[in-house]
Design a protein around this ligand. Structure first.
Ligand code: DX5
Ligand code: ZN
Length: 216
């Protein structure tokens, strides 16, 4: 079963609680939260305070995507704020294995993220220690960008590695996901689809989510 994770980056922040309840009612599976620090990516968004404020609004798992330098420094704050998944960029971690262990030490699910230009080999040796692989299908930093097709073979590669080892790891894709690109990703092996603009730019979120599901 494919899961849909609306990214609140494209929501209306002046009524964030309603925007979250709306996608929960519409059948979303996770709430995807994009944390940006203005260093790792050229944009600044939200931090632990926003996660904490969102926590009581929804029963859905909070999928916190850290696009920040030195993620270790902030992991505990995001755990305390109520994150269920914390994903860190391979490109931002000096000691990836240590960071993953640290996230898991709090009983929170750990994921690793690869930018479009980062090879799958970078995570081969931590696969047994993670719950999720997130493949960026745009360069991180902004919502509403175009899907990068050259990531598709990487999804397949991750899927094959996971199956070879008989592991139970979610494969999430993030960026430029719409009804057309969603199908390409799930065919390649993805099972969690992040979608920001494709859901929040629609007046009717249920329709937007169903349009994605319909094509799979
Ligand atoms: C990009 C973020 C994405 C973004 C996706 O850096 O990680 O989660 O919000 O937005 P869309 O679906 O509009 O590409
Ligand atoms: Zn994201």
């Amino acid at each position: 079963m494919v899961k849909i994770a609306p990214s609140i980056l494209s929501a209306n922040f002046s009524k964030l609680a309603d925007e979250i309840k709306d996608v929960e009612k519409a059948g979303a599976d996770y709430i995807h939260i994009d944390v940006m620090d203005g260093h790792f990516v050229p944009n600044i968004t939200m931090g632990p305070l926003v996660v904490e404020a969102i926590r009581p609004i929804t029963k859905l798992p909070l999928d916190v995507h850290l696009m920040i330098e030195n993620p270790d420094q902030f992991i505990e704050s995001f755990v305390k704020a109520g994150a269920d998944y914390i994903t860190v960029h391979v490109e931002a971690c000096k000691h990836l294995h240590r960071t993953i262990q640290y996230i898991r030490s709090f009983g929170v699910k750990a994921g690793v993220v690869l930018n479009p230009a980062t090879p799958v080999e970078m995570i081969k040796h931590v696969l047994k220690d993670i719950d999720m692989v997130l493949l960026m299908t745009v360069n991180p930093g902004f919502g509403g960008q175009r899907f990068i097709m050259s990531v598709l073979p990487k999804i397949k590669q991750v899927k094959e590695l996971i199956d070879q080892e008989g592991l139970n790891i979610e494969i999430e894709v993030d960026g430029g996901i719409n009804p057309e690109t969603a199908k390409l990703c799930t065919d390649a092996g993805a099972n969690v689809l992040v979608a920001g603009s494709a859901i929040y730019n629609h007046e009717d979120r249920k329709k937007a989510i169903n349009e994605i599901r319909k094509t799979l």
